[in-house]
Design a binder for this molecule. Structure first.
Ligand code: ADP
Ligand code: MG
Length: 589
């Protein structure tokens, strides 16, 4: 049983010592070089496919672009490899920019198809352009020179390749463990939630795509100077598929899985290429068949890839120490109590033939708890989605503090101080309670992905985590800080969502059935918390089924039925309203 730090130290020690240990076996050093180069590309895919869920079969095209750029510049124009590195990355970045802008609009399978298409087209571009040496490629690419060293042998290039690769691995690890990283990890399954806490999900997806392209480009540059030779075959579609396999086999969402997958596939590839033809007494690409079979077996036995299996063996400790208590973050200006806060004017939403919300109007003042009640399917959650911008109202207007918000995006609405929870719990179940709640503080931090990679945002990060811990204590889940959110009882998960919403320092809180699944004592604690929030000036719009809970808590009620407003008023008025009793309570008290 060793910790993650010790595992990392062991890995680094092994990488540093390998050339000495393997001095008698140059072939293995070559192999390790290939592993480093492949790790860089598959690391990009770990982020893009494993974490964000976007599948690319075209990373080899970026590798090729960079490799050819540096090959042309250094052989034809006599540029130094370092100048060529900048150019290669610039070309890759430009291609990533253009391809990202075009193809990230496509979703699901179409993105994968688009990446295959550009991979194939670039392969033929490389193969047919005379200046690129057509299918024979470009040779005599000079070795990289730095600090008076010429990296012209496998053993020397080894350190160059691995230094870049390890730097990229550490940067990616740092990135995922940061404010931006939390948002990135939300993109795959929780992008509606991510937008609701202010994350620009489109921009972030693009950024990850862009990084993945740059990593592939870096690999291409190293590759060209390491081999001294580039040809189109190294960048065909098969290579793209291999990279994807590596990321998936290694453990799609684990940074270190990139190394595991790259190592496994590279070694296996060599070994099978050697073994199988001897076995079958004739040459052929048997390794591809064997690969396919192995892959199926592996994905069947370890669908999350190999890294989680290793991580379990290592028992990497995930429990951190409690974040230090830091002074609270600055809070936004609150509206005056009683000020008109939210105005819904003739909002409507139609799903095909079904009218979920029809011509609904109501107002809310600052500092009140307004209950929005009605039978199942009355349109309450749809109304929440209209206010928070998840859905666009078919007509009418919604104003928040006098400003129209019905045409804004969810993240813009979040920025204005509206926080929410979801009826269907919307947490990242594998992430700790602390991190889930810290996601709520997204808009209270400013440090971006680059700062995160370089660990230049630790001070801000500590403040965000401290804020998150404070909100978790406040909702009474302080002892669950480091538990995976998915391991809590469903009722507690709803409370985690409230803490996440509070972490954004909202002015208006929208809670969709927060008490569902809570036990009696927990409901009482929740009611107490909501009262306290109101006393501090928070406004709360509450959808809830438990009538005892609602009636004892809210200042006013709006009753919905079949998408329309049936009644509104004080709790005792609503309780006595015959129409409400008829429709909502079915005539029974
Ligand atoms: P409530 O929260 O009051 O139980 P909802 O707002 O969830 O009700 O749903 C109102 C109606 O709209 C229901 O009939 C529901 O099936 C329908 N509905 C909600 N969301 C969608 C959607 N995205 N597409 C189609 N129908 C929907
Ligand atoms: Mg609902």
């Amino acid at each position: 049983m060793i910790g993650a730090r010790a595992a990392l130290a062991l890995f680094l020690a092994f990488i540093a010592a390998a050339p000495l240990l393997l001095a008698q076996h140059p072939f293995y050093i070559t192999l390790m070089n290939y592993i480093a180069l492949a790790t860089l590309v598959s690391l990009g895919l770990v982020l893009l496919t494993g974490v964000v869920g976007l599948m690319s079969f075209g990373q080899q095209a970026f590798t090729g672009l960079a490799a050819y750029t540096t090959a042309v510049l250094t052989t034809l124009y006599g540029a130094s490899p370092w100048i060529a590195l900048l150019a290669a990355l610039a070309v890759t970045a430009l291609a990533g920019l253009i391809l990202g802008l075009i193809s990230l609009r496509l979703s699901g399978h179409y993105l994968a198809l688009a990446t295959i298409a550009w991979g194939i087209s670039l392969f033929y571009v490389f193969g047919n352009l005379t200046i690129l040496g057509q299918f024979t490629g470009i040779g005599n690419i000079p070795a990289v020179v730095a600090f008076g060293l010429t990296f012209d042998t496998a053993a020397k290039s080894y350190y160059l390749n691995w230094i870049f690769t390890i730097a990229a691995l550490l940067a990616a690890r740092n990135l995922l463990d940061s404010r931006s990283g939390r948002a990135i990890r939300a993109l795959r399954f929780r992008s509606v939630m991510a937008e609701s806490v202010g994350v620009d999900t489109g921009a972030l997806k693009f950024l990850v795509f862009f990084y993945a392209a740059l990593l592939a480009g870096l690999s291409g540059w190293l590759y060209a100077h390491y081999l001294g030779f580039v040809s189109p075959q190294a960048f065909d579609v098969n290579a793209g598929i291999d990279y994807l396999f590596m990321a998936v086999i290694g453990g799609a969402s684990h940074v270190w899985g990139a190394v595991v997958g790259a190592a496994l596939l590279t070694v296996l590839n060599e070994w099978l290429k050697d073994l199988l033809p001897r076995l079958f007494q004739q040459t052929g690409n048997y390794e591809i068949v064997a690969f396919g079979l192995l892959m199926m077996l592996l994905l069947h036995r370890a669908p999350e890839g190999l890294m989680p299996v290793f991580a379990r063996l290592l028992r990497a400790r995930t429990r951190g120490s409690r974040p230090p208590v830091l002074p609270a973050l600055a809070r936004r200006a609150r509206p005056h109590p009683g000020e008109l806060l939210l105005e819904v004017r003739s909002a409507g939403k139609r799903f095909g033939g079904l009218v979920a919300v029809r011509d609904l109007s109501f107002e809310m003042n600052s500092g009140e708890i307004l209950g929005l009640i009605g039978p199942n399917g009355a349109g309450k959650s749809t109304m929440f989605n209209l206010i928070t911008g998840v859905l666009r109202s078919d007509g009418g207007e919604i104003l928040f503090r006098g400003e129209r918000i019905d045409r804004l995006r969810p993240r813009q609405i979040a920025r204005r101080g509206i926080g929410r929870t979801f009826q269907l719990v919307n947490l990242i179940s594998t992430m700790s309670v602390l991190e889930n709640v810290a996601l709520g503080a997204h808009l209270r931090g400013r440090q971006g992905t680059l700062a995160a990679m370089l660990r230049r945002e630790r001070k801000e990060e500590a403040q965000l985590l401290s804020e998150a811990a404070r909100e978790i204590d406040r909702v009474g889940l302080g002892e669950h800080l480091y538990e995976a959110a998915g391991s809590l009882a469903l009722g507690q998960q709803r409370i985690v969502e409230i803490a996440r919403a509070l972490c954004a320092d909202p002015v208006l809180l929208l809670l969709d059935e927060p008490a569902a699944g809570l036990r009696y004592a927990e409901k009482q604690a929740l009611a107490q918390l909501l009262r306290q929030l109101r006393a501090e000036g928070m406004s709360i719009l509450l959808v809830e089924h438990d009538m005892e809970f609602v009636m004892g808590l809210v200042d006013r009620l709006v009753v919905m039925d079949f998408g329309e407003k049936l009644a509104q008023g004080l709790p005792r008025e609503i309780q006595a309203d015959p129409a409400v009793l008829e429709a909502y309570l079915g005539g029974i008290e």
